[in-house]
Design a protein around this ligand. Structure first.
Ligand SMILES: [Fe+2]
Length: 308
């Protein structure tokens, strides 16, 4: 799929999801000087009918709507649903319907990146591969309504949404930015000049998660960190990338390397609705304030109390 088509699709998605369209990246060369902009990175919702999850997501949405100033738009960082990998289609669709219902009160654009748990059937490849919505098709139809990686411009900034989830040979999935996407990313970033840029991915590009959970000498795998994250980081380092917003590990963490902050933005669900993850990472979301070259992140716990 060409860059032009992706850009068109990104614009079409914004028109469908929010009152204010997100400008396609085709206007990037004549883009305005960056102004103040506020976005929310809302990741790892893991919505489901059980454990009060729907009430928890609704509470987070109400907390977002109470922010002052209001966010200009929302980026959902993946794992919108508890799990679509290992369930039948009815259960997967039920969870995506819950997600869409929960987002309805938001009166600003919402864009998404795919999480591993958003992929339908990859955990049951033997039985579900013939389903028309198998794999990322269900997520693309129900949530994305566009391609799984893309970019857009807004308020003088450039935003890149990556797809970090690919099918695995030994396991159901692995995290890697595939070659086509990496080439697209290089061309996309080269075309925006020095415009301040924010990148979003589900699985982290850089993280120290394994060091503080398993031990400083422990080796991460491609279920924890993107396999070619180093190549991605080296590419990003050549451009004015202010932040990479990450999800997946449900921790609040920032790796500040060179001029880019790799921020893992906690999670909406904490320890999958059983309380703060690792006992310390509260249920919340990240508010990002951009003002020219300044990037200020702030984590907002929304006050969820686990019911188990
Ligand atoms: Fe998750």
């Amino acid at each position: 799929m060409s860059i032009t088509r992706r850009e068109l699709l990104a614009g079409a998605t914004a028109l469908g999801l929010g009152a204010t369209p997100l400008a396609s990246a085709s206007t990037r060369h004549a883009g305005p000087k960056p102004k103040k902009l506020r976005l929310v990175h809302l990741t790892d919702l893991h919505i489901q009918p059980e454990m009060g999850a729907t009430d928890g997501v609704n509470l987070a949405i109400q907390r977002i709507l109470a922010l002052s100033p209001r966010p200009d738009f929302i980026i959902c960082g993946g794992d919108h649903v508890m799990d679509a990998l290992c369930v039948d289609s009815a259960r997967a669709e039920l969870q995506f319907d819950l997600f869409n219902e929960a987002m309805k009160p938001l009166d600003m654009p919402v864009v998404s990146v795919v999480g591993n748990h958003d992929v339908f059937g990859w955990g049951n490849k033997c039985c579900l591969a013939g389903d028309p919505l198998y794999g990322k098709a269900m997520f693309e139809e129900k949530v994305l309504r566009t391609s799984s990686y893309r970019s857009f411009d807004r308020g003088g900034y450039h935003f890149v949404l990556l797809d970090s989830i690919q099918a695995g040979k030994k396991r159901s999935w692995r995290s890697v930015i595939d070659d086509d996407q990496l080439n697209w990313l290089a061309n996309d970033l080269a075309s925006v000049g020095n415009r301040p840029t924010i990148v979003t991915t589900h699985v982290p590009i850089l993280t120290a998660y394994t060091q503080y959970t398993s031990g400083t000498m422990a080796r991460p795998n491609d279920w924890i960190i993107t396999a070619n994250g180093r190549e991605v980081q080296q590419l990003l380092s050549k451009h004015n990338v202010k932040a990479v917003l990450q999800g997946h590990t449900h921790v609040l963490e920032s790796v500040h390397y060179m001029h880019t902050r790799y921020i893992t933005s906690g999670s909406v669900c904490g320890n999958w609705w059983r309380g703060p993850h690792l006992g310390v990472h509260q249920e919340g979301f990240l508010v990002c304030d951009l003002d020219g070259e300044d990037f200020k992140p702030q984590y907002i716990p929304y006050g969820w109390k686990a019911r188990v």
